[in-house]
Write a protein that binds this ligand. Structure first.
Ligand code: ADP
Ligand code: MG
Ligand code: ZN
Length: 518
């Protein structure tokens, strides 16, 4: 017989076999004993805590031939068919793969007909938040007037994405993460039953890494058994988990090497989704950097694996030293940050912001060109006044920026408008100014699109004149750039005040480089 993964082999078949979730099980048991049943249940909770399992058990509780019961017999035709996935009145749908409305319609088409085999038709819709809006509407219609013989069991990891109309018609049960002690005990139970030699601290380590998910715990146990050739011991488990952690962390360093802030941010958010122990993540990062530093000095050392050798080539030794130092400080101060995730993210952003070896150029030195508010000269060829003082945002331009945001313009038409200032506006005419530098953007088609947008906005015909001027204009586009720059300046100044950063600058002769994430 082929190897069956533990998570499938050990799927609980009745309420008594479920680990954790005590209060939910008690409520369901009472409801089943008293036959006080709701027509739609919503099971929520992170992955691998028993939502699908509980849904199938409920289908048995409702359809067991011994009667509606919290303790289905497991031997009647209905119980066995449900366990084998062959029960005709259990409609199990994975909404993640069937999101189109036709699918839901097709599914709900025969909802009105009586069940063929059992007492109830049970619709178990997994990952229900993935349904399209149309599908939700089809489902909602049925939930509003459910036939007597139908029960819905909806499951999702993300109830926030469900429409309230659906939420309000379901009885919701939130399945909690399972505590490490209960996971460890369950792993122990399974190892004993499977005659797997094991060390309890090794199982506890797997349980902790599973972070509340029994499915994750069982697949980690599968891997540990394979890794340890049939036994589960502490040192194997440590090596295995360490290697896995480094697999998760390597992409962070790759993003750092590519100086790709967006990617770095994405990876760090993905990491956070599994709510890891960030102190441990930083420790793994520190030890990975240590390996990289060694690989830089002794490229052909026996223990250097290929991915580390590649990373070693992408950083300078100074960079590795600097990142190592930043990671150490980040780990030390993790307890002081509002959340470990935030502390971790700041540590990564700090690494991105530093480049050793170059000198610090305060941003203020390359200030933006001064911008003047131009009035349209009678003669458009009149050059702009030199030395014009920097403008404060004038009323006109603010209004134009506001108006522009309401015009529903896109693409080139938006770009053109954003490079104009508003000179005059009357009942049926709008006059804009455009700097001669941007004159190449202007063409009749775009001007027409702009006029149409204005006409739509004011709900009356508007003619549009665009005057060309040699003056510098304080356009919405320029304002936006200025604001962005101010943002960056403020961020840079704040960073430069940070005592840790000052220390790093001194230690490594480093430069602060701040850029905006897109
Ligand atoms: N509460 C639990 N008690 C015992 N085993 C569980 C529990 N939750 C999950 N499992 C194990 O994990 C596997 C997957 O669980 P599943 O119900 O599909 O999780 P979910 O639907 O919440 O993602 C099950 O087959 C079972 O082996
Ligand atoms: Mg599931
Ligand atoms: Zn039965």
């Amino acid at each position: 017989m082929s190897y069956q993964v533990l998570a499938r082999k050990w799927r609980p078949r009745n309420l008594q076999e479920m680990v954790g979730q005590a209060s939910i099980l008690r409520m369901l048991t009472n409801a089943l004993e008293q036959k006080r049943l709701h027509h739609a249940y919503l099971l929520t909770g992170t992955r691998g805590v028993g939502k699908t399992t509980l849904g199938r058990i409920l289908a048995k509780c409702l359809n067991c031939e011994t009667g509606i019961t919290p303790t289905p017999c497991g031997t009647c035709h209905a119980c066995q068919a449900i366990d084998a996935g062959q029960f005709l009145d259990l409609y199990e749908v994975d909404a993640a793969s069937r999101t189109k409305v036709e699918d839901t319609r097709e599914l709900l088409d025969n909802v009105l007909y009586a069940p063929t085999q059992g007492r109830y038709k049970v619709y178990l819709i997994d990952e229900v938040h993935m349904l399209s809006n149309h599908s939700f509407n089809a489902l909602l219609k049925t939930l509003e007037e459910p036939p007597e013989h139908v029960k819905f069991i909806l499951a999702t990891t993300d109830p926030k994405r469900l429409p309230v109309t659906i939420l309000s018609r379901c009885l919701q049960f939130h399945l909690k993460r399972i505590v490490p002690e209960q996971i460890t005990a369950h792993l122990q139970h399974i190892c004993t039953a499977e005659t797997i030699i094991n060390e309890t601290p090794a199982l506890a380590k797997l349980a902790k890494a599973a972070d509340g998910s029994m499915r994750d715990a069982l697949s980690l146990l599968d891997q540990a058994i394979a890794y340890g050739h049939g036994t589960v011991n502490q040192s194997d488990v440590n090596t295995m988990l360490g290697n896995m952690a480094q697999d998760d962390i390597r992409p962070l360093l790759e993003a750092l090497a590519a100086q790709d802030g967006k990617q770095l941010f994405n990876i760090s958010s993905q990491l956070a989704e599994h709510s890891p122990d960030f102190e441990q993540v930083l420790e793994e990062l520190i030890s990975l950097l240590h390996h990289i530093a060694i690989a830089q000095v002794v490229p052909h050392a026996v223990n250097v694996d290929e991915s580390i050798a590649l990373l070693a080539k992408r950083f300078s030794p100074q960079e590795v030293q600097l990142y190592y130092q930043i990671a150490l400080l980040g780990r030390r101060d993790l307890a002081l940050t509002p959340t470990p995730h935030q502390g971790f993210e700041m540590t990564m952003l700090r690494m991105l912001a530093f480049k050793p070896g170059t000198h610090l150029t305060p941003i203020a030195e390359n200030a933006p060109p001064t911008i003047a508010k131009a009035s349209i000269p009678n003669d458009p060829s009149t050059p702009a006044t030199p030395d014009a003082p920097p403008i404060a945002t004038t009323q006109d331009t603010t209004d134009w920026r506001h108006l522009l945001s309401q015009l529903e313009l896109t693409g080139m038409a938006y770009a053109l408008a954003a490079n104009c200032t508003l000179e005059k506006i009357t009942a049926n005419k709008v006059i804009l100014a455009l700097s001669d530098k941007h004159q190449p953007m202007l063409n009749p088609k775009l001007q027409e699109r702009l006029a149409e947008a204005l006409t739509r906005h004011f709900k009356q015909p508007i003619t549009l004149d665009i005057l060309i001027t040699a003056a510098e204009l304080a356009t919405p586009e320029k304002q936006q750039q200025q604001e962005k720059k101010q943002h960056l300046d403020t961020a840079t100044q704040t960073l430069l005040q940070d005592p840790q950063i000052k220390q790093l600058i001194d230690l490594y002769d480093a430069t602060v480089k701040v850029s905006l994430l897109p």
